[in-house]
Design a protein around this ligand. Structure first.
Ligand code: NAD
Ligand code: DAU
Length: 343
């Protein structure tokens, strides 16, 4: 079944990295759709990510500052706008921060998701025809893979085995979402994606952090031996996959999304240094992340075979564009580093 068109979509966490890329993507590709962006503007929510959007798409974009954990605010949005679909990007998303302070991860990622699900169910009054709730999840719910068995990848039936407080909170959210489908027939879709890269990523994550440090001739902190592997996907490919699942996915199902692009961290760091003509002597091996997952790799056969989605971009090309974007948008990075983006 193809559900289309959606008139109003409630996006949560739309001032973050993937949410802001998604809002730009959907407004440019789906002509009739209106977006409500609910974001509490944590440190990761940056209004500059969507600075011109209201002018570019007049009447099609509304921003509401609010917390997905706040049931009253969420109810009010549902009553005033009656969205046809919800896409939940809002989350605490950085593994290192979850090791420092797990509680906010449990609050936003678990309670926040539960609040959204429950409010949507009540406001849609159990009349779910053509309604959809897409939970944006992560490959980290599956845990880690052996590096000496490249043929093994995460499939949608791989047992859930998260290791960090971040991934455990995302796993809990997935299970609550699934329980709403199993119990109420609530129209949930779950996507589990691998590591994204591209413009507007907060410079605490590997790629923008290393670009920013290299540009300033600072040391690049590589955790452990640098041989951990991630499966990289350009953010616009993630956006197109989410839209495909929203329109064509079967409710109650999980869809893995990946770039079929496994790379060791140290290779990425060297690529960035080479591309910026900086010496490898800037590499600084530091203490490993606690509980550091060794390898992630997504088997995206299901979304390809059932929904016809495949990544459009290759890493070699898009990492160059991404580095160039950060070079050309140093003001965006420096406003985060000096804190002025929050004023
Ligand atoms: P991000 O940290 O860049 O953005 C998160 C956004 O959520 C911010 O705008 C923040 O202000 C908002 N937010 C946080 N708590 C909120 C709350 N309680 N109420 C409302 N808004 C709140 O994250 P991202 O990298 O864009 O990731 C988006 C989603 O995609 C997350 O759910 C993450 O788990 C998932 N994901 C990310 C990746 C990746 O590589 N970045 C890969 C797979 C899945
Ligand atoms: O796999 C999907 C996940 O990818 C998402 O669910 C998360 O929201 C997203 O943050 C990302 O998690 P990672 O932990 O994989 O991303 P991060 O950029 O933090 O780290 C990537 C790899 O680089 C990881 O092996 C740790 C390493 N690293 C990271 C940082 C910040 C370093 O070696 N040095 C660093 O300074």
């Amino acid at each position: 079944m193809i559900v289309n068109p959606f008139n109003i979509i409630l996006i949560t966490g739309g001032l973050g990295f993937i949410g802001s890329n998604f809002i730009r993507y959907i407004l440019s590709t789906e002509k009739g759709v209106k977006i409500i962006n609910l974001d509490s503007m944590t440190y990761a929510g940056n209004p500059k990510n969507l600075a011109e959007i209201e002018h570019e798409y007049p009447g099609r974009y509304t921003f509401i500052k609010g917390d997905i954990c706040d049931q009253k605010s969420v109810e009010k949005i549902f009553q005033e706008n009656v969205p046809d679909a919800v896409i939940n990007f809002a989350a605490e998303s950085h593994v290192d921060r979850s090791i420092e302070d797990p509680n906010v991860f449990i609050k936003t990622n678990v309670l926040g998701t539960a609040t959204l699900l429950n409010t949507a169910r009540k406001c849609w009054k159990d009349f779910f025809n053509n309604k959809r709730f897409l939970q944006v999840s992560t490959d980290e719910v599956y845990g880690t893979l052996p590096e000496d068995k490249p043929e093994i990848k995460f499939t949608e039936t791989t047992p859930l085995n998260p290791h960090s407080p971040y991934s455990a909170s995302k796993t809990s959210a997935d299970l609550i979402a699934k329980s709403f489908f199993d119990t109420f027939g609530f129209p949930v879709l779950i996507t589990r994606c691998s590591n994204n890269y591209g413009p507007y990523q907060f410079p605490e994550k590997l790629i923008p952090l290393m670009i920013s440090k290299a540009m300033n001739n600072e040391k690049l902190p590589v955790y452990g031996d640098g041989l951990n592997v991630r499966d990289w996907l350009y953010v616009e490919d993630h956006c197109s996959a989410i839209l495909t699942v929203l329109k064509k996915g079967k409710t109650g199902e999980v869809y893995n999304i990946g770039g079929n692009c496994e790379i060791q961290n140290i290779e990425i760091v060297k690529m960035i240094l080479d591309s910026l003509n900086k010496p490898h002597s800037l590499i600084n091996y530091v203490q490993d992340r606690l509980g550091h997952d060794r390898r992630y790799a997504i088997d995206a056969t299901k979304i390809k075979n059932e929904l016809g989605w495949e990544p459009a971009y290759c890493f070699g090309e898009k990492i160059k564009d991404t580095i160039q974007w950060y070079v050309e948008n140093q003001n965006w990075v420096s406003s985060i580093i000096d804190g002025s983006y929050q004023k």
